[in-house]
Design a protein around this ligand. Structure first.
Ligand code: ADP
Ligand code: MG
Length: 368
């Protein structure tokens, strides 16, 4: 390969929110289970799935990727972000993305059997005044005729949006009626918990909940190496080790470290320890300014006092927070809730906290 070609190689890393990465580190099992659910359909519990994680853990990327896989398997997919107007949005998308299927079914019928049945396969037959549930039911009838089902994908779930709740309750009816409909959703931990604790949406507690926790180093390394090699470079083993330790199992950091290390190597074919050292340095600064700083800016004084009581590494108990802050349990509860909602801390088991974002402890130290 000439130096000129090597120089023009595209950087294969994707340090942008919502971008599907070249390789999904550590999501193999989730993806496998989901694909199996799409394949067999029936009453597989994974057909109602919720992906939970902090900012930058790869929720949007995963939803998008799974949508593509479902589409390849013949499902019709409608994606939306939780908002007012999402129901309308979903309906429009279903109509747009299934138009070809429906017309294919019509022509098949025309060629095969009765012309009369053609009348039932046009969208125009759907009463616009009917409510959302009955309009969707009619669409689902038509999809069923075309031998397919619908995947509804909802990002950034938010239980305070009435249409979000309406979607979930309507979905429950579809399930009862044995419709071929899957619902895949993603959101921050606290929002998911709030949605699940709602009275009308409580059936979601039976949904499959997939926590997008931190990714083990060996999986980070495998995906990192594959991304580099597919992009046309190679990476030294010790450079790979260094990259994994800078990434700390966090997807957004994976992309930042990869992107910057790749650029540090420039025309060279092999990414070395020195390249990764330079790359990680920039990546850390970017993570600080694009994630940690933005997160910090949204916090109140109380939030920050809470966070500053936490151990830099590992877990911190409720009692430690209360004691170090010199506050009552009610104060701890209030701020715990706020910080969970913001996706800044996690509560891996009741009364035990840890930072949800890598480098958060160090960042707070540096801010004093
Ligand atoms: N499993 C993964 N492995 C490597 N990189 C990932 C993975 N999932 C997501 N990413 C990358 O991480 C970043 C954040 O992903 P995104 O889906 O926007 O996160 P979220 O929606 O949870 O905030 C993006 O740059 C994306 O390409
Ligand atoms: Mg997202």
């Amino acid at each position: 390969m000439s130096a000129a070609t090597a120089y023009n190689q595209m950087n294969p890393f994707t340090p942008m929110f919502g971008k599907v990465p070249a390789y999904m580190a550590g999501r193999e099992l989730i993806i496998e289970n989901m694909v199996q659910a799409f394949d067999v359909a029936g009453s597989n519990p994974d057909l109602c799935s919720i992906f939970v994680g902090a900012r930058g853990t790869g929720k949007t990327a995963l939803l998008t990727y799974l949508g593509h896989r479902a589409e390849q398997m013949g499902w019709v997919v409608a994606s939306a972000t939780a908002s007012n107007g999402m129901l309308d949005d979903i309906e429009q998308r279903v109509r747009a993305s299934s138009a070809h299927l429906i017309s294919a079914a019509s022509s098949k019928k025309l060629a095969g059997a009765s012309i009369a049945s053609l009348g039932g396969i046009s969208w125009e037959n759907i009463e616009p005044s009917a409510n959302w549930r009955s309009r969707l039911n009619l669409i689902l009838d038509q999809l069923n005729e075309a031998n397919t089902g619908l995947v509804i994908s909802v990002d950034e779930i938010d239980p305070s949006i009435p249409e979000m709740v309406e979607l979930v309750t309507t979905y429950q009816h579809f399930v009862r009626e044995n419709r071929k409909v899957a619902l895949i959703m993603a959101g921050l931990p606290y929002k998911v918990s709030a949605l699940l604790s709602g009275k009308t949406t409580s059936f979601l507690r039976r949904a499959a909940r997939h926590n997008l926790g931190s990714i083990p180093d060996y999986e980070v390394k495998e995906a990192f190496r594959l991304t580099v090699e597919d992009g046309g470079k190679r990476i030294d083993d010790d450079a790979l080790d260094l990259a994994a330790s800078a990434i700390g199992g966090f997807p957004f950091m994976f992309q930042l470290v990869g992107y910057r290390s790749w650029n540090a190597a420039r025309k060279e074919r092999i990414i070395s320890v020195e390249h990764v050292r330079q790359g990680s340095q920039i990546a850390k600064e970017e993570f600080d300014s694009r994630v940690l700083e933005a997160t910090y800016a949204e916090l109140s004084k109380g939030d920050i006092s809470f966070l500053q009581t936490m151990n830099e590494e590992g877990e911190t108990s409720r009692a430690e927070v209360a004691e170090r802050a010199g506050k009552k349990p009610a104060w701890v509860s209030t701020y715990k809730k706020r910080l969970l909602e913001a996706g800044v801390i996690e509560e891996p088991s009741p009364g035990v906290f840890e930072y949800a974002l890598p480098g958060m402890g160090e960042y707070l130290q540096n801010r004093g």
